[in-house]
Design a protein around this ligand. Structure first.
Ligand code: IYR
Length: 227
């Protein structure tokens, strides 16, 4: 039987000893334990190369049929950042004024969030993540189907914040509600939907994080094992 697809040899993963593997897994856990959602950013510049590498890393995420149904708009332009902040704050004013509903606002209380979003202007980079509900072949104009879009974009966004954190940058996954304005401001096509803004940069010297965010569920709650 001839394969319907071409293969290339897999160069393999490093053959770590059991000890090395355990140590590496612990080291990575410690690294990720240091990630916090930060809302106090410094305006200190960040090298474009670092952002580029992080976005390349995001693009390595697995996706439905390898269709890579994402587009990242990287905004460092001050004028655009200001526009995004202004539009986000308009939506967020309504959200916090009651649109969210009592329960949602109560659930947000321990996080201390409010409609003011200065970080959208202060942080050097906003990475706006779009999901592509489908794509268009650039030469034929034919529609290209995408699969497991939300799952794929979620995975890529996870890779992205992990890569940024590994570089020493603070991250905030910000979801202004609703966020259709991002498509208009950034001139993205109708078949793309904004999913989140990943705000990144150095954390401010006086940054603080809500205590509540330190509470993570225990392994015996988040896992079930059949051994
Ligand atoms: N979009 C709002 C509200 C908000 C909602 C959730 I769920 C959060 O985890 C945090 C905030 C805002 O960004 O303030």
């Amino acid at each position: 039987m001839s394969a319907k697809y071409k293969v290339v040899p897999f160069s393999g993963l490093p053959d770590y000893s059991e000890e090395e593997m355990a140590e590496r897994s612990t080291d990575f856990l410690r690294l990720m334990e240091g990630r916090r959602t930060i809302r106090d950013f410094s305006s200190k510049p960040v090298a474009r190369e670092v952002i580029e590498n992080a976005v390349r890393t995001a693009g390595l995420a697995p996706s439905g049929a390898n269709k890579q149904p994402w587009h990242f708009v990287i905004v460092s332009n001050p004028e655009l950042k200001r526009k995004i902040r202004e539009a986000a704050e308009v939506e967020e004013q309504e959200f916090y004024a009651g649109k969210a509903g009592k329960q949602w606002l109560k659930d947000l209380e321990p996080l201390g969030t409010d409609p003011k979003k200065p970080f959208l202007e202060v942080a050097p980079y906003l990475i706006v993540v779009f999901q592509q509900n489908y794509d268009m072949d650039p030469t034929t104009g034919d529609k290209i189907k995408h699969y497991y879009i939300q799952e794929s974009v979620g995975l890529a966004s996870g890779f992205l914040i992990t890569a940024l954190h590994n570089s020493g940058l603070a991250t905030l996954t910000h979801t202004p509600s609703p966020m259709g304005f991002l498509r208009d401001i950034l001139g993205r096509p109708k078949h793309e939907k904004p999913v989140m803004i990943i705000v990144t940069g150095h954390s401010a010297k006086n940054a603080s994080v809500p205590e509540e965010a330190l509470n993570k569920k225990d392994l015996d709650v988040t896992t079930s094992w059949f051994e």
